[in-house]
Design a protein around this ligand. Structure first.
Ligand SMILES: *[C@@H]1O[C@H](CO)[C@@H](O)[C@H](O)[C@H]1NC(C)=O
Ligand SMILES: *[C@@H]1O[C@H](CO)[C@@H](O)[C@H](O)[C@H]1NC(C)=O
Ligand SMILES: *[C@@H]1O[C@H](CO)[C@@H](O)[C@H](O)[C@H]1NC(C)=O
Ligand SMILES: *[C@@H]1O[C@H](CO)[C@@H](O)[C@H](O)[C@H]1NC(C)=O
Length: 459
């Protein structure tokens, strides 16, 4: 389906890649040192981002989005693509793999991903267990795993929340490796990969049984030090951009790195020129009510529908979620939004509501157009939700306002979900704690499915 899955790479071994990483750092350091002595030519492949395709999955109860990265099948010594759920809230990366030492001696079972263990005696183990392990009364205490390893038999067990079953799973921490293609924001380079080496966790296949087909784990994109963005290294910054596709047939795109970013057909327009920015709040004022959250929050001051503003209480928090399919509003806010929205859509024929939605329309003809819903953010910034992101077509006859009543006490009061993300370009800049958003790219005559994934040689 995309360029990554068509190619495999010969992979010398992990050591070579770690060496490459060290060399790259040395090049950068020596470049700095040589500044005092005048310019010298430093050979470095000019890439500004690492890039991956994003697929939409509709085979489960709700749409989910995965990112495709390359992992290693140790026995065949080649990179193979793996799909991982994008979760901007999860503290730890975890996936279907086996923690096993001596993986170079053919001990890994066929078609299985084997990685080396983090011992329970390493400092990372207690760090992860203290700060990043899922804390919930339903979770048993973290248990040590056992494997034949040079550390003795003890490998580091952690707790994670399984987003599909909402249960507590107990994978084992490992030294992991995920590789992306490098890019200049416009093209994907066939040469020069970006290998990352986060500590992640391995769960048995049964833990991912309820995931969408071909999705084998959770790729954490939260602000946690054990999430994927934290494994970035120069020249890439701890910044990522998400662009979720609205269709299953054409992938969207994820970038690691601060940009530039380009989408066809305007291959000379940096998508950053479309963005507005607002502070990205991590563990906000309401820290007491979200002690475990590594997710992202923004401030919404009010919701504007056709010149009428619905104020959002000052203490109401707004969270961004890649696991919630629709924006959820606390009942008081939801009722005001629905009341106003039905008033401005009086000319449309109502239809019997289809759960989980409360306001639906009958659409004998396609091409329903409704007024924008604007999220008013601090400093006069505005995230505009236009028809493509506010109205969900349910059947050929019925379309619904894609907002959901979260209940009278729902906390956070507003959770912005994935239907509202589709074909919007979103930048999570963890260096400057800034959130960039484009509103609908369709209004700019492009979409998240318009990245050019064709491989080019970076000479
Ligand atoms: C899963 O992967 C297999 C093998 O690559 C492919 O044939 C199949 O179509 C994929 N299924 C889905 C739902 O993507
Ligand atoms: C927000 O403020 C209102 C009114 O001041 C108060 O009743 C409510 O408990 C507060 N909610 C939270 C989540 O702090
Ligand atoms: C952070 O802000 C600086 C200054 O505005 C900007 O140049 C940079 O691109 C921003 N993002 C990152 C990841 O450095
Ligand atoms: C996509 O990139 C390839 C490689 O650079 C280029 O040949 C092709 O023209 C691009 N496609 C479009 C539609 O611009």
């Amino acid at each position: 389906m995309d360029a990554l899955s068509k190619t495999t790479f010969q992979k010398p071994n992990i050591q070579t890649y770690k060496m490459y990483l060290i060399l790259q750092l040395l090049v950068i350091i020596s470049a700095f040192i040589s500044l005092e002595h005048g310019p010298i030519t430093v050979y470095a492949k000019p890439y500004t981002s690492a890039v991956a395709s994003v697929n939409k999955h509709t085979d489960g109860a709700k749409p989910l989005y995965s990112v495709q990265m390359l992992t290693t099948y140790i026995n065949t010594m080649e990179y193979l693509p793996g799909n991982f759920l994008i979760d901007i809230d999860a503290p730890i990366i975890w996936h279907d793999c086996i923690v096993q030492e001596n993986m170079y001696h053919g001990s890994c079972p066929p078609n299985t991903l084997c990685t080396s263990p983090v011992s329970c005696e390493e400092s990372e183990c207690s760090e992860v267990r203290t700060f990043y392990s899922y804390k919930n009364p339903s979770c048993p205490p973290e248990i040590d795993g056992y494997s034949s390893s040079r550390w003795g038999s003890c490998t580091c067990g952690v707790n994670v929340l399984n987003p599909m079953t909402s249960s507590c799973d107990q994978p084992l921490l490992n030294y992991d490796e995920f590789t992306l293609r490098t890019s200049d924001g416009r093209n994907v380079f066939s040469n020069g990969n970006y290998g990352t080496f986060p500590k992640a966790a391995c769960a048995p296949s049964s833990s991912v049984a309820s995931f969408p087909a071909n999705v084998s784990g959770v790729m954490a994109f939260s602000s946690s030090l054990y999430a994927f963005p934290a494994s970035s290294y120069p020249p890439l910054k701890r910044t990522f951009a998400l662009c979720f596709p609205s269709k299953t047939s054409a992938p969207g795109v994820l970038f690691l790195g601060a940009g530039p970013y380009y989408l066809l057909p305007q291959s000379n327009v940096d998508v950053r020129s479309y963005l507005s920015y607002t502070p990205l709040l991590t563990r906000p004022d309401s820290f007491d009510t979200h002690p475990d959250s590594f997710g992202y929050f923004i401030r919404v001051n009010s919701i504007l529908i056709k010149k009428r503003s619905i104020s959002v209480p000052a203490n109401a928090t707004t969270k961004l979620s890649t696991m919630d399919p629709y924006t959820t509003l606390r009942t008081d806010i939801y009722n005001s939004v629905v009341r106003r929205f039905s008033m401005v859509t009086k000319r449309l024929r109502p239809a019997k509501p289809v759960a989980p939605f409360g306001l639906c329309f009958s659409t004998s003809t396609n091409g329903l157009r409704v007024p924008d819903i604007d999220f008013n953010l601090p400093d006069g910034k505005k995230w505009t939700i236009s028809t493509a992101n506010s109205i969900k077509q349910i059947t050929s006859e019925v379309a619904c306002l894609a907002f959901v009543d979260g209940g009278a006490t729902s906390e956070p009061a507003i959770v912005i979900g994935t239907f509202q993300f589709e074909d919007n370009f979103l930048v999570f800049d963890l260096v400057n704690s800034t959130f960039g958003f484009s509103s609908s790219l369709l209004r700019k005559k492009t979409s998240c499915s318009n990245f050019n994934f064709t491989l080019t040689y970076n000479a």
